[in-house]
Design a protein around this ligand. Structure first.
Ligand code: KIV
Ligand code: NA
Length: 274
């Protein structure tokens, strides 16, 4: 199976409609990527790894080196999905040139297909600069977690008319700048639908609308690894319970000296037990 390309993803949406919705999940490790790859069009190495993998309070402290290490692992673990790597806070906002230097490192050192960055109108010039220089860009509007210190929290956006118009303007600016797709996160449904109808490139929703051109979730969220997830997450499995139960049985067997058993134990050659 040949790896999906960015132009192929872009072409899923023809004349405003997407016959086959785009499937995206986050992945941070090679093995996770292997398990998800066949089921996904896109694997996103999200800067959500700050909270999910590193226990950080937000995505703000995530570094370029962290994204590159995990991005390279996900590329190594996949062969079908196109891999997108998030640009972390502070590595692209200052200027188009700074963004190019950071994004070029990500492309060269991970082998990913594209990068994603947060922000709308303010980032349009940068998106244009990157795309013209060979770096495909996925946009991200609405609830943009790197701006948590400006937004004041992770609540849904677009409830007022002014905010709804601002988010729609952001998405339009990204499309005009050449973004190949746009993530719409945490917005009231009419805003997500209006953006999806307004832009020619695919929209990928998370806490947005089933009418977006695709969907994304944080894999650990939908696997039930966390105790608390936002309301927009559907929990498809309860891995926390599975992992906790396995660890409890292991602990019991170690304390009872019933693990390791004979099958898990080496004996010298020729020994009756071997
Ligand atoms: O970092 C991330 O996981 C993301 C998705 C939730 C879109 O940006
Ligand atoms: Na992100």
């Amino acid at each position: 199976m040949k790896r999906l390309t960015v132009p192929a993803i872009r072409q899923r949406k023809v004349d405003g409609t997407t016959a086959e919705p785009i499937v995206m999940l986050t992945a941070y490790t090679a093995r996770q990527a292997q398990l998800l790859d066949a089921h996904c069009d896109l694997l996103l190495v999200g800067d959500s790894l700050g909270q999910v993998i590193y226990g950080l309070p937000s995505s703000v402290p995530v570094t370029l080196d962290m994204m590159i290490a995990h991005g390279a692992a996900v590329v190594r673990g996949s062969y079908h999905a196109a891999v997108i790597v998030d640009m972390p806070f502070g590595t692209y906002e200052g200027s188009p040139e700074a963004a190019f230097a950071s994004a070029a490192r990500v492309m060269k050192e991970t082998g990913c297909a594209a990068i994603k960055l947060e922000g709308g109108e303010a980032m349009a010039e940068t998106v244009d600069f990157l795309v013209r220089r060979g770096i495909p860009v996925m946009g991200h509007v609405g609830l943009t977690p790197q701006a948590v210190n400006v937004l004041g929290g992770y609540g849904a956006r677009g409830r007022s008319e002014a905010e709804a118009a601002k988010i729609l303007g952001d998405a339009r600016a990204l499309e005009q700048a050449g973004a190949f797709a746009i993530v719409i996160e945490g917005v009231v449904e009419p805003v997500a639908v209006a953006i999806t109808e307004a832009v020619s490139c695919p929209t990928i929703g998370i806490g947005a609308s089933a009418r977006c051109d695709g969907q994304v979730l944080v894999t650990e969220d939908m696997l039930g690894v966390f105790e608390r997830v936002p309301r927009f997450v559907k929990v498809y499995e309860n891995l926390a319970e599975t992992i906790g139960s396995a660890a409890a049985r292991y602990a019991d067997e170690v304390r009872a000296r019933t693990f390791p058993g004979q099958e898990q134990t080496y004996q010298p050659r020729g020994s009756k037990l071997g």
